[in-house]
Design a protein around this ligand. Structure first.
Ligand code: PGA
Length: 247
C-alpha cells in the first residue's frame, strides 16, 4: 500500500513570527495518522523551526554539488547535517523563473539518490501545451529526462508531483478527468520505466487544491495526496485538507 502524503509548499512566504504562530496553531489540531505523511517545505531559514515542532521539514530546492564556491546555494549534505528529510526538485517556478532545465534536474535527482535523500519531483505542462493536446507527451518526457539517472534500487526515494502550470495559484484546479488521465499516464510510465516498483511511487496532485475541492481530488485513482501552495499558509485550512485526505 502506498503512503498518502500531504505537503505544504510555502514558497517565499511567511515571516519568522508568522511561522511560529502557524506551528503553534497547527500543532494544537489533530493531525497525526499512521498512514499519512505530512511534510512542510518552508523557506530554508525556517527548517529548524519545523523540525523543532516535530514535523517533517523539506527544502524547496537544492544544488547537486556537495560543497564549494556556489554562492547562495545549499547542498544535500548541508541539509542532511541539520536533519532535513527531503527536497522539492523541478518545481515549475524553478524551471520557469530560474531557468532550471532537464539536464540540471537529472543531476539533482542523481545527487539525491547518491545521498539517500528523499525528493519530490515536480512536473506539469503549460496551458499552450494542453491546448495543443500535447500534455501527456510533454509530462512523460519531462519524467523520462529528469529520472534518466535514477535506478530501480533508488526508487523508494521518489515522490512525483503533477502540477499543471496553469492551475498553480490560479484558483482553477485541473478537473477530475484531467487529473485521472494524467495520473494514470504517469503511473503507467513509471511501471514502464521501473516495472512493479513503479506501482509504489506516490503521485501527488498540485495546483489550486483547497478545502472545497480536496476531497474529490483525493478520490481520483492514483492520487496519493497533494502538494499545496496557497491553501497551506493558513493552518486551519491546511488541517481541513489533512482531514480530507484521511477520509
Ligand atoms: P497552489 O500552489 O496550491 O497555490 O496552486 C501549488 C504549488 O505550486 O505547489
Amino acid at each position: 500500500m502506498r503512503n498518502k502524503i500531504l505537503a505544504a509548499n510555502w514558497k517565499m512566504n511567511l515571516t519568522q513570527q508568522q511561522v511560529t504562530s502557524w506551528l503553534g496553531e497547527f500543532n494544537d489540531l489533530n493531525w497525526k495518522s499512521p498512514h499519512t505523511e505530512l511534510r512542510i517545505y518552508p523557506s530554508s531559514i525556517y527548517l529548524k523551526d519545523i523540525q523543532a515542532a516535530g514535523l517533517h521539514g523539506g527544502a524547496q530546492n537544492v544544488y547537486f554539488e556537495a560543497n564549494g564556491a556556489y554562492t547562495g546555494e545549499l547542498s544535500i549534505q548541508q541539509l542532511q547535517s541539520i536533519g532535513v528529510q527531503s527536497v522539492l526538485i523541478g518545481h515549475s517556478e524553478r524551471r520557469q523563473l530560474f531557468f532550471e532545465d532537464d539536464a540540471l534536474l537529472a543531476q539533482k535527482v542523481n545527487a539525491c539518490a547518491a545521498a539517500n535523500f528523499q525528493f519530490v519531483l515536480c512536473c506539469g505542462e503549460a496551458i499552450e501545451t494542453r491546448t495543443a493536446g500535447a500534455h501527456l507527451d510533454f509530462v512523460l518526457a519531462q519524467l523520462s529526462e529528469n529520472l534518466r539517472l535514477l535506478t530501480e534500487t533508488d526508487l523508494h526515494m521518489l515522490v512525483v508531483a503533477y502540477e499543471p502550470i496553469w492551475a498553480i495559484g490560479s484558483g482553477l484546479s485541473a478537473d477530475l478527468d484531467q487529473i485521472t488521465e494524467m495520473h494514470q499516464a504517469i503511473r503507467n510510465h513509471l511501471v514502464g520505466l521501473y516495472g512493479v516498483g513503479g506501482e509504489q511511487v506516490p503521485i501527488l496532485y498540485g495546483g489550486s487544491v483547497n478545502a472545497a475541492n480536496a476531497k474529490t481530488i483525493f478520490s481520483c485513482p492514483n492520487v496519493d495526496g497533494a502538494l499545496v501552495g496557497g491553501a497551506s499558509l493558513d493552518p486551519l485550512i491546511f488541517n481541513e485538507l489533512w482531514q480530507a485526505l484521511q477520509a
